[in-house]
Ligand binder design. Structure first.
Ligand SMILES: Nc1ncnc2c1ncn2[C@@H]1O[C@H](COP(=O)(O)OP(=O)(O)O)[C@@H](O)[C@H]1O
Ligand SMILES: Nc1ccn([C@@H]2O[C@H](COP(=O)(O)OP(=O)(O)O)[C@@H](O)[C@H]2O)c(=O)n1
Length: 226
């Protein structure tokens, strides 16, 4: 039996991966993997269990035994629970992003989460959002997209998003956070943030969401996936 097709969507924070991945999954009727959520939950689980993000062996043990579940709220929002407790809001903060990127640099954590991510691959297909979807987790994916945008534009997008949620944020601080996280994600020795050799790179800095989606759908059609 041939494996279900996968479209990978990788790139840095705020490039629009989640937005594009949801739109593709909805249009195609495929499953969706938010791999960043698994790293965010691991970081948050460490806080809950009293494990320091710097204690590599203990963080890897948390990742190996991660009791996480995803469900859809009536609003369509994806709810994330750890050991049955809703942690959806906690993992989406900038602190949650910093924790995710710190634990994601530990090779044993990536190894612990690898199989769990591959289990999301089910018919009729999967759209996978992350950093290493095309390079490590699904290297045989028939379509790999790498979405990027300037750091300034990504910080502005994040600023608007957090402001709309009623959070108190500073644009210069967000830009600093994004640049720090990019540097950590790009420089780590295991699964660094890099486009796969066969990825289609889309720079969305000055391209509205609808146009990015149209560009992606043209690639989907060119690969015969619809
Ligand atoms: N092409 C785009 N132009 C302008 N804003 C965008 C674009 N793509 C996404 N956004 C907005 O930017 C914010 C971050 O997008 P998101 O999909 O969460 O990024 P990522 O998953 O890469 O971190 C969201 O508020 C989203 O609506
Ligand atoms: N496949 C993945 C997904 C996320 N991550 C890490 O998890 C962090 C949070 O990922 P995310 O996709 O939720 O973050 P945003 O792009 O939404 O800001 C990233 O900064 C990466 O360090 C990873 O290493 N590999």
């Amino acid at each position: 039996m041939t494996a279900a097709p996968v479209i990978t969507v990788d790139g840095p924070s705020g490039a629009g991966k989640g937005t594009l991945s949801h739109m593709l999954a909805e249009r195609l009727g495929w499953h969706f993997l938010d791999s960043g959520a698994l790293y965010r939950v691991t970081g948050q689980a460490c806080l809950i269990e009293g494990v320091s993000w710097g204690d590599e062996a203990a963080v890897a043990a948390v990742a190996r035994h991660l009791e996480v579940s995803f469900s859809a709220a009536d609003s369509g929002e994806i709810l994330v629970a750890y050991k049955g407790c809703d942690i959806s809001r906690d993992i989406r903060t900038e602190e949650g992003g910093r924790g995710a990127s710190t634990v994601a640099a530990i090779p044993a954590v990536r190894e612990a989460l690898l199989q769990r991510q591959r289990e999301f691959r089910r018919p009729p297909g999967l759209v996978a959002d992350g950093r290493d979807m095309g390079t490590v987790v699904f290297p045989d994916a028939p379509l790999k997209l790498f979405l990027t945008a300037s750091a300034g534009e990504r910080a502005r997008r994040r600023y608007d998003q957090l402001l709309a949620k009623g959070e108190n944020v500073s644009l210069p601080r967000l830009l600093e956070d994004i640049e720090e996280r990019d540097a950590r994600d790009r420089s780590r020795p295991v699964a660094p943030l890099l486009p796969a050799e066969d990825a289609v790179v889309i720079d969305s800095t000055a391209i509205p969401v609808a146009e990015v989606f149209a560009m992606a759908m043209r690639e989907v059609a060119a690969k015969g996936l619809i």
